[in-house]
Design a protein around this ligand. Structure first.
Ligand code: HEC
Ligand code: HEC
Ligand code: HEC
Ligand code: HEC
Ligand code: HEC
Length: 494
């Protein structure tokens, strides 16, 4: 009966006065949903977001689009708009109601409370419509929320969305033993509280990327990484007895590119020995009944101050060091700010998955696998020169590396030689370029040795590895040292 008046008024293109006398407050509120600009924006935003989300979800589930930005739009941005739209609608109703209350009809209106009368068929219709829409909206949000949750937990999201920032970690990760372990299993782990913490810190990181306010390179160690007890140990068992493991190191020299030097060592990895049920060897550090704490002297933890060992019988030993050497390039921690850190897997396995190569090792591997032809004289030295050279960007490296290698070889042996061996030189150049691409990101200031490994002592000069403590200089009051005996950690294989 009132529709008639509404429509005629609408046709005149102005917001009509509400037919308040004939309708209840309830209807008048809904009326605002369609007839006020704000209400219309709310309805339109919700409807458009839902339609786009459904299309996006269908495309994603069919695997037709494989792009992190697309997924972010679908699972993060559009649901945001949908919820915003849903919030705007009641707001529009509320504002409109207040508006009416404030004019002359107000007194009359304020007598009528907002009531739902299910015996009124019109109210019933509204209620059914409202409930159906609510159920639909909630179902959509649950489905999208579920997909969105999986998306934000995927390496794709972590590694690809912030492309420039995470590219190095992602690239290193995809060629590591943990390439199939999701980022979140080491960086967040199970449980609600870390989940919430990670989402909050994630938001901060997004803000940092948007405002371009982050460190290059991303500092390591990660200061608030979850203790390895809760992450690594979800899959690895510290008690597992690994015994000895033979490892072979193969290297060449510039003088002999063809006959490798082979060094075999038997690493005493240990664990809990099933024969004695005691912890032994290298994994003694993570025994369940021994606690090792230490005070890092710099942010990189490449200089170690006092080391404290608490043994099963409660005996505590402290190893201190006079005049510790602090490697350059990392912020020193002032004496009053020193903190104890409990040693866990990460203090040795600091690069379980973001594994960066060492330059000479890669060149030697190239020679061994003959991707760098060892019979080309001087190729080892020239390869190292090419890799050590600084390029302004990865694109520049792509352009110049192969050319530079050929030039260097040309200077050595002349043009005839280059022509004769062109194919081999290009092949070697391609291998070097690939190596470079796996390791160097000038834009993130990541170059050779930026992220050293603590496993062993090959980067001991820069303060990495076991010799931070095992230096024969950390000692107790009675002169017992943390030993550097070569046979403590490895010996010659039998
Ligand atoms: C096997 C466990 C593991 C997985 C899987 C993993 N990380 Fe890490 N990540 C680590 C550890 C351990 C460190 C810290 C090393 C330290 O504190 O010295 C680290 C450090 C980082 C850092 C700091 C910079 C650096 O290289 O030290 C970033 C950034 C990072 N990870 C991103 C990622 C992303 C993105 C993924 C998934 C594509 C991922 N991580 C997967 C274990 C892991
Ligand atoms: C979700 C399970 C999972 C988590 C979490 C995990 N790992 Fe692993 N890790 C694996 C699997 C699977 C392998 C075996 C890969 C293979 O043999 O190719 C492995 C292999 C390793 C290896 C041997 C690598 C090699 O060179 O052969 C080390 C060391 C290791 N993990 C350390 C860690 C550390 C440290 C952490 C915590 C930062 C960690 N892992 C977290 C599953 C996991
Ligand atoms: C004191 C240093 C240190 C600590 C602490 C440590 N590891 Fe290791 N771990 C090593 C070394 C060294 C190796 C041998 C590495 C190699 O093969 O090059 C090793 C090897 C391993 C391997 C591979 C074993 C194999 O047979 O190939 C796994 C898996 C592993 N560690 C897991 C862990 C986990 C999980 C923790 C924490 C509970 C841990 N480690 C703590 C030093 C350590
Ligand atoms: C934070 C200091 C620290 C670091 C880093 C460290 N260790 Fe130790 N390590 C100790 C201490 C302390 C002892 C006990 C010395 C003692 O009481 O004789 C020890 C003992 C050992 C032992 C003898 C265990 C036994 O059976 O009694 C081995 C083997 C060992 N470390 C290997 C390693 C290796 C390999 C690394 C590097 C991957 C390493 N450590 C890194 C502090 C450290
Ligand atoms: C605290 C434990 C520890 C001590 C002490 C130690 N090493 Fe090692 N060493 C290691 C570990 C762990 C590796 C394996 C590194 C890896 O897997 O990349 C290693 C690897 C090596 C390698 C092969 C890699 C390379 O650098 O070419 C040589 C050679 C070596 N050690 C020599 C020695 C000598 C010589 C001594 C005595 C001065 C010694 N080590 C003392 C832990 C130790």
């Amino acid at each position: 009966m009132t529709n008639q008046t509404d429509e005629t008024n609408m046709n005149e293109g102005m917001v009509p006065p509400p037919p308040i006398h004939e309708r209840g407050l309830w209807e008048n509120c809904l009326w605002a949903m369609w007839r006020t600009p704000l209400g219309l924006i709310g309805v339109a935003t919700t409807t458009i977001s839902v339609v786009l989300m459904m299309i996006g979800l269908a495309l994603d589930l069919m695997g037709l689009v494989d792009n992190p930005y697309f997924a972010a739009l679908c699972y993060m941005i559009l649901p945001g708009f949908m919820v915003m739209g849903l919030l705007v609608i009641p707001l529009a109703c509320y504002i409109q109601r207040k508006h009416w209350l404030s004019d002359s009809l107000g007194a009359e209106l304020s007598d009528r409370a907002l009531c739902i009368d299910l015996s009124n068929p019109k109210h019933r219709k509204y209620m059914i419509g409202f409930t159906a829409l609510t159920v639909l909206n909630i179902s959509i949000l649950v489905v999208i929320g579920y997909e969105g949750y999986h998306f934000t937990e995927s390496p794709f999201f972590c590694g690809k969305l912030c492309h420039q920032v995470m590219d190095p970690e992602y690239t290193a990760y995809t060629r590591s033993p943990h390439a199939k372990v999701r980022c979140v299993e080491c960086h967040i782990g199970p449980g609600v509280s870390w989940f919430v913490k990670s989402k909050i810190s994630g938001l901060r990181q997004v803000a940092a990327v948007i405002t371009d306010d982050f460190s290059r390179p991303i500092p390591s160690p990660v200061e608030h990484l979850r203790p390895a007890r809760d992450t690594c140990e979800e899959c690895h068992w510290p008690e597992k007895f690994h015994g000895k493991r033979i490892k072979e190191f193969i290297s060449f020299t510039n003088d002999d590119q063809e006959n490798p030097e082979r060094q075999e060592i038997a690493l005493h990895i240990g664990g809990r020995n099933p024969k004695t049920s005691e912890f032994e060897g290298i994994h003694w550090h993570v025994s369940d009944n021994v606690k090792i704490e230490y005070q890092p002297l710099n942010r990189k933890r490449t200089a170690v101050g006092t080391v404290k060992v608490t043994r099963p019988d409660g005996v505590v030993e402290e190893f201190t060091v006079d005049n510790p050497e602090i490697p350059e390039g990392s912020e020193e921690i002032a004496a009053e700010d020193l903190e104890w850190r409990t040693m866990d897997c990460i203090d040795c396995h600091n690069r379980p998955t973001h594994v960066y190569d060492r330059l000479e090792e890669r060149v030697d591997f190239g020679l061994l696998s003959r991707r760098i032809e060892p019979t080309l004289p001087g190729i080892r030295e020239d390869s190292i020169t090419v890799l050590e050279k600084e390029y302004a960007s990865r694109d520049e490296a792509r352009e110049l590396m192969i050319k530079t290698l050929i030039e260097l070889q040309g200077e050595r042996h002349g043009n005839d030689y280059v022509e004769k061996n062109g194919e081999l030189l290009v092949k070697a150049g391609q291998y070097l370029l690939e190596t470079y691409m796996n390791n160097i990101w000038p834009a993130m200031k990541i170059t050779w040795g930026t992220y050293g490994s603590h496993l062993g002592h090959q980067n001991a000069d820069e303060g990495y590895g076991c010799w931070r403590c095992h230096d024969d200089e950390h000692q107790t009051k009675v002169g017992k040292v943390i030993p550097q005996d070569c046979d403590l950690c490895h010996d010659e294989p039998e």
